[in-house]
Design a protein around this ligand. Sequence first.
Ligand SMILES: [Zn+2]
Length: 384
Amino acid sequence: MIKKRIIFVAALAVLCSAPANAQQSLKAGTDKIVQSESTGTWLDTPAPKGKKAKNVIVIIGDGMGTAQVYASVVAQKGASNFLRFPFSGFSRTYSNNKYTTDSGAGGTAIVTGCKTDNRHIGVLADNTPVQSILSKAKGWGLSTGFVVTSSVLDATPASTYAHVPDRKMYDSISLHMSQCGFDVMIGGGLSNFRPENRHDGLNPLDTLTKKGYEITYSIEEMKKAKSDRLVTFFCENYYGPVAPGRDPILAEGTKKALDILTKNPKGFVMMIEGSQIDWACHNNDAPYMEAELADFEKMLKIVLDFAEKDGNTLVVVTADHETGGLVLLSGNIEKGKNECKYITDGHSGVMVPVFAYGPGAETFSGIQNNIDLMPKMLKAMGRK
Ligand SMILES: [Zn+2]
């Protein structure tokens, strides 16, 4: 019972409170582990009120509900990068036509600020196209990019650049990607770019080359790339799970993207997705989920260290939905162990966490709708 209460207090402190309140509630607690894992870990609020965000990094943990986040906090034995965020809240994830969203409607809501039907990408329910914050940023002359651990054509990345009524329309989505003009695009999904694998026989790889992109096919090639317009395909379709043996694509892709995007004096907008937290939870596979969360933590460290040093970058972390109905029945924080139980192999309709750091981060506290996130990012940038 005591252990349960400790976990509950820690989860509340992490997920619900602004720093001052959280400090008080933690001090009121009696558990040393909770104290030591949390005290002093919050990043300072760097932005004087009214300071505008030059850069925005929106990070989506696909399927990452509060239980997944807390599983990561425990798996990291309390040394979790989630605990560094000074502001946090919740996001309501329902789609235009379903209580429980998919990643198409969920991703579209986060990056465009519009609810749509499940399976839709970058369009309203009536198929009217809607612009993502990345597309808008490109129009303003900022740099743009994304890094994902799924295919570059999967629902979440596609929602940043494509406009199609169904997430499986890969031929169309790849054409939209080849035309979108983002500076950096990193993920899997090469096979859909090969003419022999397409219904239309077109060659979007050719389009990318003509548009001046350097196209690379491995982590080594990506690191060596010299161009400021980069596409990296790490594999034909989808990566395997992070453990064992997957290259550190999320962390290294994020580093490379930051190297390129930060060259623009006007700023940048970037989307990063930990895609396979969702897949692990669909499989009800806790070790796979924890490995993907550990991968996500490494990427978070890179982003937060960058944003802390930079001081002009808003970082927003959230999920499109929760997957698996994960319950943490018990565990051991000192040993980094969770006892996980899933109640579904699908998505659930619960609220998901939102974490924010940087100029405008305080506006992400409280319970918000997923379509509120993008307008708040724009407001933080002083734009509409
Ligand atoms: Zn899913």
